[in-house]
Design a protein around this ligand. Structure first.
Ligand SMILES: NC(=O)c1ccc[n+]([C@@H]2O[C@H](COP(=O)([O-])OP(=O)(O)OC[C@H]3O[C@@H](n4cnc5c(N)ncnc54)[C@H](O)[C@@H]3O)[C@@H](O)[C@H]2O)c1
Ligand SMILES: O=C(O)C[C@H](O)C(=O)O
Length: 338
């Protein structure tokens, strides 16, 4: 996300910390901006030259976060909105990022968050359908495998669902994979990108290490340990935070990185391809109509969903374990909206 010359750039006013070759710029809303992810995400989006205007909403604390972030020396406007100002926060936005909802504590699964977060996400989606029906929506709130179908179903009910506009943010799995693999092979993370497919929880997270030159030779126990660390990286952070929540800073980084990729695609940049959880035809024949795979991001959001490509025997097994769990999670989300 940051240029190699980031330290020099930070010292200069109006520094450009994000990749951008495009001239256009966009109004972005963060719903849940007062939270552990929302605050650093808002800060990072304030640093993105493609963001013209930031609209920060939360049921508590967003005006304070907005006042703070607004002093950063980039040109974008920042406004904060209180609990009763959701509609106002959504007026005129092009992109809505949703990190609203409760995080895990040790011993919990992401699915344990369903009862609280399903209705939060549904209510926010209803407001988006009403006020900003053409917005592109990035869902961070867990369980992503269920919250994305909930948003889709809510928009569908309102008659405004566009599958090209809805994304589950799985970028943290991609970020972790690149970092963990780089540590093993002794390379820069930029040299060890990994495509991660499936969903965003434990066994539904399927890293395709065989498709990378640096990862394909990792075998045996080292392979199993790496896959386990990628699939359960979230638990590592939940355990270390010891009751104080889950990943926030690395998630804010991942969320800002994905938002920047989306904005570059919207601006007309070609070849912006990254994994994300979208309405997908790849496993629709198995009754699974949301799936994360490489997606090309274009001027209308989802431009092209790439197939998963050739995979190893181990990855076939990972996929076999992923699909039934993912299906269950998606169906739970759909049932909630129905
Ligand atoms: N997709 C991913 O990879 C990923 C990674 C990390 C965390 N998460 C998820 O992101 C969510 C947020 O995590 P966090 O650590 O920031 O939690 P947090 O508790 O620190 O912050 C959540 C924020 O949401 C706000 N909120 C609650 N209900 C709301 C509503 N109706 N409208 C607007 N805001 C509302 C809260 O006031 C709070 O400020 C969790 O569900 C977590 O599991 C997802
Ligand atoms: O682990 C969590 O609950 C948060 C997030 O989904 C993560 O992967 O870090």
């Amino acid at each position: 996300m940051f240029a190699r010359s980031a330290v020099r750039a930070l010292a200069a006013p109006s520094s450009r910390l994000f990749s951008s070759s495009a001239a256009r710029s966009y109004k972005v809303a963060v719903l849940g901006a007062g939270g552990g992810i929302g605050q650093p995400l808002s800060l990072l989006l304030k640093s993105d030259p493609l963001v013209t205007s930031l609209s920060l909403y939360d049921i508590r604390g967003a005006p304070g976060v907005a006042a703070d972030v607004s002093h950063v020396d980039t040109a974008s406007e920042v406004k904060g909105y209180a609990a009763d100002q959701l509609d106002k926060a959504l007026e005129g936005v092009k992109v809505v990022v949703i990190p609203a909802g409760v995080p895990r504590k040790p011993g919990m699964s992401r699915d344990d968050l369903f009862n609280t977060n399903a209705s939060i996400v549904r209510d926010l989606a209803s407001a988006i359908a009403r006020v900003a029906p053409a917005a592109l929506i990035l869902v961070i709130s867990n369980p992503v495998n269920s919250t994305v179908p909930i948003v889709a179903g809510t928009l569908e009910k309102a008659g405004v669902f566009d599958p090209a506009h809805l994304f589950g943010v799985t970028t943290l799995d991609v970020v972790r994979s690149a970092r963990f693999l780089s540590g093993i092979v002794g390379a820069q993370p930029s040299e060890t990108p990994v495509t991660v497919v499936g969903g965003h929880s434990g066994p539904t997270i399927v890293p395709l290490l065989s498709q990378t030159s640096q990862g394909k030779n990792i075998t045996g126990e080292e392979y199993s340990a790496l896959v386990h660390r990628i699939q359960f990286g979230g638990d590592e952070v939940v355990k270390a935070k010891d009751g104080a929540g889950s990943a926030t800073l690395s998630m804010a980084y991942a969320g800002a990185k994905f938002t920047n990729a989306l904005l570059r695609g919207l601006s007309g940049e070609k070849g912006v391809i990254t994994p994300t959880f979208v309405k997908s035809p790849l496993f629709a024949d198995k009754g699974i109509d949301f799936f994360a795979s490489n997606v090309e991001l274009g001027t209308n959001g989802v431009e092209k969903i790439h197939p998963i490509g050739p995979i190893s025997a181990e990855e076939e097994k990972l996929l076999e374990a992923c699909l039934p769990e993912l299906k269950k999670n998606i169906e739970k989300g759909k049932a909630f909206v129905a």
